[in-house]
Design a protein around this ligand. Structure first.
Ligand code: FNR
Length: 364
């Protein structure tokens, strides 16, 4: 049977992955309320299409931090992609390059910065950062990303510790022993395979990430790099305003795929307040629960310049490495194009705020 939507790939991957990897990829924090909300909340926004607007020629491309991309959807950073397929991050980066969009590499990747740069030399690549207590570890990553031609740094602000992911605790989740954190040497690359209690990933994070992280560290980051800085994990207008004040280049409205703290709102729900607070001062992106083209249209109408997704690219990898990842991006490209066409938008500039409205509007 032909695979026609992201859910088809999701179902395939969930049926095939070993339980501990499947659970690591799919789970969220706590009781997973927010995991459900991320996806469900999109359904509470309704599209108000406009017709008779000549949509025969369409252009879904956009510009992000001065770089042209072919569509307003890119690949969010997810850790340890070689658990999904032996080519892991390299396959996803190649697929993003072929699709003409952004690939964000996780600090906790199983392919190194240099391997990914070599696999997708012409793709637009950003590096996601965690800040280690030993600042030299982070500094080293930044310098390597600069040398390897990465175009922005994405600082994840929602992870002073890792969320309480019950399935990972039950499974004592650890990186399979043939894999390593490829950006590091020795202890830092292996420690996750070696401990024996609880979830090895949580132990790794608790022992190495810096929970003192504060706005001062954003200042520090600005001083030590020439690359644009994007803060990932903003969920309130308050933090969004601080991000503008401190002078970062963009923010990703994200709740980390609902993997950090359960009970936070769906990201599509907080987008309007953040977009209102920030206006055009810095670029706003979002991720969380994006599964189809209309989700992207809704996020753009509510104020995002572009959208990212994480898990769907893992499902694509499981299905068929780079080929599967390309299929995921091409399905989304078609769906985004359809969403544009059928809502009366020939290009991004035609999408207006009043084209998407909360469902409560219709029950008044
Ligand atoms: C993530 N995410 C994440 N974020 C980050 O900043 N660094 C990381 O290493 C990871 N790792 C990671 C692993 C897995 C398995 C998942 C599912 C997610 C969060 C990710 O960047 C993004 O915010 C979410 O995945 C978006 O939600 P969807 O698209 O998965 O619903």
């Amino acid at each position: 049977m032909a695979f026609v939507c992201i859910e088809d790939y999701e179902k395939y991957a969930l049926e095939r992955l070993p339980a501990s990897i499947r659970d690591y990829y799919k789970s969220g924090a706590g009781e997973e309320f927010s995991v459900k909300w991320n996806r469900e909340a999109f359904k509470n926004y309704r599209i108000r299409p406009r017709f008779l607007r000549d949509v025969s020629k369409r252009d879904i491309s956009t510009t992000v931090l001065g770089h042209k991309i072919s569509m307003p959807l890119g690949v969010a950073p997810t850790a340890m992609q070689r658990m999904a397929h032996p080519d892991g991050e390299c396959a996803n980066a190649k697929a993003a390059q072929a699709a003409g969009t952004i690939f964000i590499l996780s600090t906790l990747s199983t392919s190194s910065i240099e391997e990914v740069a070599e696999a997708a030399p012409n793709g637009l690549k950003w590096l996601q950062l965690y800040i280690y207590t030993d600042r030299d570890v982070t500094l080293n990553l930044i310098k390597r990303a600069e040398r390897a031609g990465f175009k922005a740094l994405v600082l994840t602000i929602d992870a002073p510790f890792f969320g309480n992911r019950r399935p990972d605790l039950r499974n004592k989740f650890a990186l399979p022993s043939h894999l390593r954190f490829a950006n590091f040497q020795g202890d830092l690359s292996q420690r996750i395979n070696t401990s024996r209690t609880g979830s090895d990933l949580n132990e790794y994070v608790t022992s190495l990430f810096d929970p003192t992280l504060s706005w001062d560290d954003v200042e520090w980051l600005k001083k030590i790099t020439t690359l644009p800085i994007i803060l990932k994990g903003v969920l309130t207008a308050e933090d969004a305003r601080l991000a503008v004040e401190i002078g970062v280049d963009g923010i990703i409205v994200s709740n980390h795929g609902a993997r950090q703290i359960d009970g936070v709102p769906a990201t599509i729900e907080v987008l309007p307040e953040i977009s209102k607070a920030v206006g055009d001062k810095i670029e706003i992106y979002m991720d969380g629960g994006v599964m189809q083209g209309i989700d992207v249209l809704k996020a753009l109408a509510l104020g995002a310049k572009m959208v990212f997704f994480g898990r769907p690219m893992l499902w694509g990898l499981v299905y068929g490495g780079e080929k599967g990842a390309r299929e995921i991006l091409e399905i989304m490209r078609k769906e985004i194009d359809f969403a544009f066409a059928l809502s009366g938008c020939a290009s991004i500039k035609d999408i207006s705020r009043n084209m998407v409205i909360h469902a409560s509007y219709y029950s008044r």
